[in-house]
Write a protein that binds this ligand. Sequence first.
Ligand SMILES: [Zn+2]
Length: 189
Amino acid sequence: MKIVASVKNFEIALRTKLIRSGCIFKQSKSTLIIDLPLVLMQPDAELRYQIVSDLENAIFLIDVSENGGAKESMGNATIVCGGLTGKKITPYYVARGRTIPSGIHAQFGVPVMVSTVAGYRKKNIVDIEVQQHWIRQQESEAWIETKQLYFGPFIEMPKQLKHFQAAAEAAWKKCQCIDCRHVHYAKLC
Ligand SMILES: [Zn+2]
């Protein structure tokens, strides 16, 4: 999971500047998706991203993937869903064709806030972890803040998290899906 900057209808001068400064970016039609450089911090500190000049008006997105699957009796998987609703959201990339078993199956770019639901399987025990993630920004630095809403057995998820039930069920299935090669929870057209 990381923060990227999205600039729609960009000017060629910006693209040139990014190339000159060694920034990594992807171009999709008239949009640039730019990897923000990391601010050098102490080991163990949270990752902080530098908002380089010329990107003050960019939209910042949390770049996060649905990934994982099972191998024999072990497995872990991450599902991505709406930050507050737990509903399916639309990925900007879906792995098709020769997908990697238990690799990345869909990639999402979400502004402001997103939730992830992870499943961890050890033999016949599956634990579910529900987290919300926000982009925080202060002056020229941005970082992802994470709040843990739940960690424990699927059947013991508290009632107030019932809007994450469908995503949790998907995580529960995906972490038991041997050599998973497909998307379990996304709005696909
Ligand atoms: Zn699967």
